[in-house]
Design a protein around this ligand. Structure first.
Ligand SMILES: Cc1cc2nc3c(=O)[nH]c(=O)nc-3n(C[C@H](O)[C@H](O)[C@H](O)COP(=O)(O)OP(=O)(O)OC[C@H]3O[C@@H](n4cnc5c(N)ncnc54)[C@H](O)[C@@H]3O)c2cc1C
Length: 414
């Protein structure tokens, strides 16, 4: 069988790892110029690998397979030096959060560190290349997919028995193109996560960070919206992320360079119902409004006290931002975010303060906008010859889940 894989990210890696020893001919089409410039999002960014049955995607992935895939990634590092930890295995912490209305999320984590990620990808690529049935095509953006009888054609040229689309979120153009022609592929499209990046001194969350590194909790706020923490970075840095027509905030943890602050995202899941069906449009507009207030390519920074009382921040007090000063403007997030989202975030932080005193200190920092888009959930039962794996399918949101989705899809095909 001749199989095309579009995109060389986490999901494609899982697929190829399982498929590499078969006698199928595999062609990988990656839009990046070469492996060095490839844009594999999460693997390039933070490199935190999670093993959990409670986060990472909307599919069930056996814990043993998740661990196997973590070992696979670790085996591809040079010095095999990684930080590891667990979250919420400490019963006392679990109880404290639970008693205050939070749903703690348990997981094991493995942090490869941004500094080591390049080599991981490179080793995997070199390893796959040694298999004669695997062919890489870089600088090969796929823009069109057509059916020709029971086969499939890419970019109106080469024909394959099967095509596996693994383009992640950055491949939304291709996905939008496909679902416009085949709308029956869409199962669900209603959610967006909108919120802030919160930054506070390490010492406030020191015990928590020591205990579990990555703490993740969900909380049903008084507005009815569920708010969650995401991407905790002890001694980390706040950064901006450019989406082309708007800028959002994000966070990093580096293996070597450390700051004195911890940052994490606080996100409200907004579910839209009829007649609205454009969560990406909704989220982007709020992001653009925030950028409009902050000035081109900048985000808004505000103290928690001012965020709560809807006042513009003019000076900072004890907590100093780790985001570079030319990337933010001191302002008021309330001018850009809907009231229900702001109230949900305030309720979340004030409730968190009962478990971690100091979290709601007036001079802690709020950055906005932070946004997480969900992909359309796609139905993989519609076509036998065309499959979608990883984040572009809407079924996954993490490196390990995306890799597992690829691995399991290959297993099924075999
Ligand atoms: C900033 C950031 C940080 C993250 N940090 C973490 C983390 O620490 N831990 C974690 O578990 N997850 C993290 N994630 C999520 C994680 O990156 C994704 O869940 C995972 O990479 C999804 O794998 P994928 O294969 O579906 O997509 P990707 O890994 O994004 O790969 C998609 C590939 O397809 C290519 N491509 C796109 N369009 C085309 C096209 N038309 N033709 C050819 N090629 C194309 C892209 O260049 C890319 O190489 C992070 C995401 C981001 C954005």
């Amino acid at each position: 069988m001749k199989i095309a894989i579009v995109g060389f990210g986490a999901a494609a890696i899982g697929f190829i790892e399982k498929m590499k020893s078969s006698n199928n001919e595999i062609h990988v089409f990656e839009k990046s110029k070469d492996i060095y410039s490839s844009s594999i999002s999460g693997i390039r960014a933070d490199g935190k690998l999670f093993v959990s049955s409670e986060m990472g995607g909307d599919m069930v992935v056996d814990i043993a397979l998740q661990k196997q895939l973590v070992d696979f990634y670790i085996s591809q590092t040079d010095n095999q030096q990684i930080e590891t930890g667990k979250s919420f295995y400490n019963k006392e912490y679990y109880k404290q959060f639970y008693e205050n209305g939070f749903q703690p999320i348990t997981s094991d984590f493995y942090h490869i560190g941004t500094d080591q990620l390049k080599e991981v990808l490179y080793h995997i690529y070199e390893n796959f290349k040694t298999h004669q049935n695997i062919h890489f095509h870089f600088d090969a953006e796929i823009k069109e997919v057509d059916f020709v009888g029971d086969k499939i054609k890419l970019n109106n040229s080469e024909v394959f028995d099967k095509a596996v689309i693994a383009v992640g979120r950055s491949g939304h153009k291709l996905i939008n193109h496909i679902i416009k022609i085949y709308p029956q592929l869409i199962l669900d499209n209603t959610k967006v996560d909108l919120g802030i990046r919160f930054e506070l001194p390490d010492h406030i969350v020191e015990d928590l960070n020591k205990e579990m590194y990555e703490f993740k909790v969900k909380y049903k706020t008084k507005t009815g919206y569920v708010v969650r923490t995401f991407c905790n970075n002890p001694s980390g840095f706040v950064v901006t992320e450019n989406y082309g027509d708007f800028v959002t905030v994000n966070g990093h943890a580096k293996m070597k360079e450390k700051s004195k602050n911890t940052n994490f995202a606080i996100l409200t899941t907004v579910k839209l119902t009829e007649p609205f069906n454009d969560p990406v449009g909704y989220g982007s507009h709020i992001a653009k409004l925030s950028n409009l207030l902050a000035g081109e390519n900048k985000v808004i920074l505000q103290t928690y006290n001012h965020f709560k009382n809807s006042r513009r921040t003019k000076n900072l007090y004890r907590v100093l931002p780790t985001l570079e000063s030319d990337k933010y403007i001191l302002g008021d997030v309330n001018l850009a975010f809907p009231r229900r989202i702001i109230e949900s975030i305030i309720d979340f932080i004030d409730s968190l303060n009962k478990v971690i005193p100091g979290v709601a200190n007036p001079d802690n920092l709020v950055y906005a906008p932070e946004i997480k888009f969900y992909s359309n959930t796609l139905n993989n039962d519609v076509f036998e010859t065309l499959k979608f794996i990883g984040d572009c399918s809407g079924a996954t949101r993490s490196i390990i889940y995306a890799t597992a989705h690829g691995y399991l899809t290959a297993e099924k095909m075999l």
